[in-house]
Ligand binder design. Structure first.
Ligand code: MG
Length: 341
């Protein structure tokens, strides 16, 4: 088996602002694993807040020697080897995991979801993200989001600014909203007041309202919130999960945090054992990461898989599609993505 990779900068359709920063590009590394006539695609998308760089991903991928394996079907052996090469590097590991799943699916003529034995007919509406912006831009973005049944709204600033954002959206649409504070609130009483206000505005869940390490405050919010409180920055892999029982109502699982589909599936199983809800998320990315994550959609309660819709230079076509507002899987082998002509 042969591993190849190259940096690929993603250009965002709109400058994207969350509570801590703004950006207009996302660094990314595109990966392929080939075996005989077959090729699988993978991706490491690298939002700056996770601390990975194109160089750190490429350095990691340079250490990986897949030539030592005769067949891609030894999935656990290969992914254990990759995982044991370092303690972190989850996006690089995810890129290999995704490409390996895609490769095997193409070899056997089966979509990746079959590997996890899930029912592909269970489609969910993906939320579509509206970043922090001025009211006129927010109105434009909400109008552009017409095909989507749920909007995800970034908040996490002062209550007056957050309320302006929500009121602006509510002046255009009454769609259900997911709200993500990206750790932006710092006083739990103010946060709880905001959550109660958001609930009154038709918000159905709140993601990471306070800093990831403030577990006592987050547990307090979860105990008193009328809507589910979902962990994002507080969780990366399955080893983080036991500490979050009772602290959050659910977890946002992303392949770039978990290191790939294999670990994400383990996290879903653990979340269910811990009686927690499951959200599947992604970074700003191409259809490769989105389509890979969507293979587990039938196991989730919520999906926020709009990363490919936010970039202007998606390399792929033919992966997941939005039909009647629902994210739908294709039945093609592997991920079913092809490089655009
Ligand atoms: Mg989030």
């Amino acid at each position: 088996m042969r591993l190849d990779f190259f940096p690929y900068e993603l250009r965002l359709r709109h400058v994207f602002t969350v509570s801590a920063m703004s950006r207009s590009v996302t660094p990314d590394v595109q990966v392929t694993i080939s075996h005989g006539d077959y090729i699988g695609f993978g991706e490491a998308s690298l939002p700056p807040y996770l601390g990975h760089t194109v160089k750190s991903v490429c350095d990691f991928l340079t250490w990986v020697n897949l030539e030592q394996f005769d067949t891609p079907t030894d999935v656990d052996i290969i992914l254990d080897y990759v995982d044991n090469l370092s303690a972190g590097d989850n996006p690089a590991k995810a890129a290999i995991d995704i490409a390996l799943h895609d490769l095997i699916g193409r070899m056997f003529g089966a979509p990746v979801y079959q590997y996890y034995m899930v029912d592909p007919s269970r489609c969910l509406p993906t939320s579509y993200t509206i970043g922090i912006d001025t009211p006129d831009v927010v109105v434009t973005k909400v109008r552009e989001a017409e095909p989507y049944k749920i909007l995800k709204v970034k908040v996490g600033r002062a209550p007056s600014e957050d309320k302006l954002m929500i009121n602006t959206i509510r002046s255009v649409t009454d769609k259900p909203l997911y709200v993500d504070a990206n750790q932006g609130w710092h006083d739990r009483d103010v946060a709880l007041e905001m959550i109660q206000w958001l609930y009154d505005q038709g918000v159905v869940l709140i993601e990471q309202p306070m800093p990831k390490e403030n577990l006592d405050d987050l547990a307090y919010l979860t105990a008193h919130s009328p809507i589910p409180v979902i962990a994002d920055e507080s969780v990366q892999r399955s080893s983080d999960m036991p500490a979050l029982k009772g602290v959050f109502s659910g977890v946002n699982i992303k392949l770039m945090k978990s290191g790939g589909l294999r670990e994400a599936y383990k996290m879903i199983e653990l979340a269910r054992k811990q009686d927690m809800k499951v959200m599947l998320g992604c970074m700003t990315c191409t259809s490769c990461e989105v389509t890979a994550t969507a293979q587990l959609m039938p196991l989730a309660d919520y999906v926020d898989l709009d990363g490919n819709l936010l970039v202007a230079n998606d390399r792929f076509e033919g992966g997941v599609a939005i039909k009647n507002g629902l994210l739908t899987l294709n039945n093609d082998p592997g991920l079913g993505i092809t490089i655009k002509e």
